[in-house]
Design a protein around this ligand. Sequence first.
Ligand SMILES: *[C@@H]1O[C@H](CO)[C@@H](O)[C@H](O)[C@H]1NC(C)=O
Ligand SMILES: *[C@@H]1O[C@H](CO)[C@@H](O)[C@H](O)[C@H]1NC(C)=O
Ligand SMILES: *[C@@H]1O[C@H](CO)[C@@H](O)[C@H](O)[C@H]1NC(C)=O
Ligand SMILES: *[C@@H]1O[C@H](CO)[C@@H](O)[C@H](O)[C@H]1NC(C)=O
Ligand SMILES: *[C@@H]1O[C@H](CO)[C@@H](O)[C@H](O)[C@H]1NC(C)=O
Ligand SMILES: *[C@@H]1O[C@H](CO)[C@@H](O)[C@H](O)[C@H]1NC(C)=O
Ligand SMILES: *[C@@H]1O[C@H](CO)[C@@H](O)[C@H](O)[C@H]1NC(C)=O
Ligand SMILES: *[C@@H]1O[C@H](CO)[C@@H](O)[C@H](O)[C@H]1NC(C)=O
Ligand SMILES: *[C@@H]1O[C@H](CO)[C@@H](O)[C@H](O)[C@H]1NC(C)=O
Ligand SMILES: *[C@@H]1O[C@H](CO)[C@@H](O)[C@H](O)[C@H]1NC(C)=O
Ligand SMILES: *[C@@H]1O[C@H](CO)[C@@H](O)[C@H](O)[C@H]1NC(C)=O
Ligand SMILES: *[C@@H]1O[C@H](CO)[C@@H](O)[C@H](O)[C@H]1NC(C)=O
Length: 474
Amino acid sequence: MRVGTLLLVIGVVFAYECPKLNQLPDTCSCHETVHGLVVDCQDAPIPTIFQALKRKTVDIIRIVTCTEHSDGKKETTFSMFVRNMTIQRCDFDRIPPNLLEDVGTRLRYLNIERNNFTKFPHLGNLDILDTLEIGNNNLTKLTPTTFANLPRLKTLKMNNGSLTTFPTLAMKPLNGSLLILDISHNFFVDLSAITLPRFQLQKLDVSYNLLTSVKIPGFWQMTSLQELKLNNNKITEAVTLHSILTLKVLDLSGNQISRISHGFFNRATAVETLDVSSNTIVEIPNLTSLPNLTTINLDNNKVDSLGEGTFDANAKLSAISCRSNRISHISADTFTNANNSITVLFLNNNTITTIENGTFGMLHELTELGLSHNHQIEISNVSHPGLKKVFRLDIGSTNLKTLRKNDFDGMVKLEWLDVRNNSIERIEEGTFGERMGTILISVAQKRHSPTIPNIPLSPTSTTTALPPSTKQRP
Ligand SMILES: *[C@@H]1O[C@H](CO)[C@@H](O)[C@H](O)[C@H]1NC(C)=O
Ligand SMILES: *[C@@H]1O[C@H](CO)[C@@H](O)[C@H](O)[C@H]1NC(C)=O
Ligand SMILES: *[C@@H]1O[C@H](CO)[C@@H](O)[C@H](O)[C@H]1NC(C)=O
Ligand SMILES: *[C@@H]1O[C@H](CO)[C@@H](O)[C@H](O)[C@H]1NC(C)=O
Ligand SMILES: *[C@@H]1O[C@H](CO)[C@@H](O)[C@H](O)[C@H]1NC(C)=O
Ligand SMILES: *[C@@H]1O[C@H](CO)[C@@H](O)[C@H](O)[C@H]1NC(C)=O
Ligand SMILES: *[C@@H]1O[C@H](CO)[C@@H](O)[C@H](O)[C@H]1NC(C)=O
Ligand SMILES: *[C@@H]1O[C@H](CO)[C@@H](O)[C@H](O)[C@H]1NC(C)=O
Ligand SMILES: *[C@@H]1O[C@H](CO)[C@@H](O)[C@H](O)[C@H]1NC(C)=O
Ligand SMILES: *[C@@H]1O[C@H](CO)[C@@H](O)[C@H](O)[C@H]1NC(C)=O
Ligand SMILES: *[C@@H]1O[C@H](CO)[C@@H](O)[C@H](O)[C@H]1NC(C)=O
Ligand SMILES: *[C@@H]1O[C@H](CO)[C@@H](O)[C@H](O)[C@H]1NC(C)=O
């Protein structure tokens, strides 16, 4: 009895020890952790690695590029216990029979990206596999039984392949387990096969495919979906047939959407982050049914007006980006609800000629305002006593001629001001308070060089870039 226990202890200790010198190829490293070995190999022969790790408990093994691999002719039994295995760039086009079954009883994470699996390989029974990443293989074919033996799979990434369709009901075995599916960068035209009724999926990435329509029965009926990426397809119209009341993140950017159907958001009322940039949208859709909206990106569309009260119902909205559109006139009734959370507003690169006096007066939380690359801005119409928190203002390339003494009076927190590429001829004494940390300024013609009192200037430069996102401050 005691001998048995001792042998067991020795066995367990042995399983957690790196192989003796020279058993692993030189291009491998191995270290021991309480969870098992962590082995990292490059340019090494797989059979030698597996032989050296026989009966070991391996927490993580990562092999990138192999010099030779088991061709499957010889039935090999390696029987190690691996939790997390990555084998990339090894030119595998199939997996030798039993290989994974021998190493896979404890396998939870398997990454076989960047090999040559054009057909989905036979993985055997991987009873507790949680994550499978098989992207960048030029996968072209799935069969109805592809996923039959992966009962616990939660995350499946098959991005960047040549998939065009799913066999009907191929996903059925994963209903109930799968939470995250990434089939981005493939050639899907239709998704009806994955839209199982009440499919429990939480995140679906179908970006960079060839979808032309999302009018797919069942598609809008997934009852758990929280994140949906449909960007960079060929969708022309945003319509729903049913509701997804769990959806929080919706990315429709980079399509050809000119219209978002009336009532679209009545069926997706939980949306918090909405990206519809780089489409051909003319009219901002009715957003009143999105009480939790925090971020909206409308950049690169054909929006010609911000409308009146468009964002008034979105009390949690914090960032609005509407750059590179066709807005020329902004009404004083654009933002009329004092109870708003708008902190960032980007309207750069439009064709603005008029901002009515007081337009931004209700934006008490605003910290960042981008108005560069527009036709004409009058600072006194922008600046407002209500704008107490603005610390970053970009009004470069807006044909400003003069900066007056009281222009920035409302903005008591202003620290970063960009007035480059204007035709400023005169800056009145006292325009800039001492509080302003950074002023980027350049002048039209040297001979009109204005004198700027007591301000340390950043080097003058001209940039055409739109302002960086709020995270990247200079
Ligand atoms: C598995 O290991 C890889 C490194 O090879 C790591 O990036 C990944 O997060 C690990 N996954 C799990 C679930 O431990
Ligand atoms: C794997 O694919 C690469 C590039 O697609 C190719 O050069 C290589 O010959 C392929 N290897 C095998 C074993 O098919
Ligand atoms: C992917 O496979 C398809 C069909 O087998 C082939 O036409 C295509 O050239 C392959 N693409 C790459 C990048 O290897
Ligand atoms: C997709 O795969 C091709 C080669 O197969 C590669 O050149 C390309 O960078 C990959 N794209 C992504 C987004 O991974
Ligand atoms: C998927 O699972 C859900 C919940 O378990 C179930 O209601 C639904 O009928 C299943 N769908 C299919 C197609 O099996
Ligand atoms: C908005 O968020 C709150 C708090 O997270 C949640 O209780 C509410 O149901 C959400 N509203 C909608 C319409 O999803
Ligand atoms: C937006 O929709 C709400 C109801 O969902 C409606 O009361 C409101 O009038 C609509 N606004 C516009 C500008 O159509
Ligand atoms: C203001 O908006 C918040 C949500 O951000 C909400 O909880 C609160 O009730 C609103 N207050 C008024 C007076 O509408
Ligand atoms: C400004 O918008 C136009 C289209 O309105 C676009 O072609 C151009 O690239 C944009 N410029 C910048 C700097 O984004
Ligand atoms: C400034 O506001 C006034 C009053 O709202 C308006 O008539 C004028 O056109 C605005 N000027 C500019 C340049 O936007
Ligand atoms: C703009 O509004 C401010 C108060 O908000 C007012 O003092 C000023 O006279 C107005 N300017 C014009 C041109 O109406
Ligand atoms: C400078 O401003 C003019 C007119 O506003 C604009 O056409 C030009 O593109 C701007 N140049 C740069 C470098 O931003």
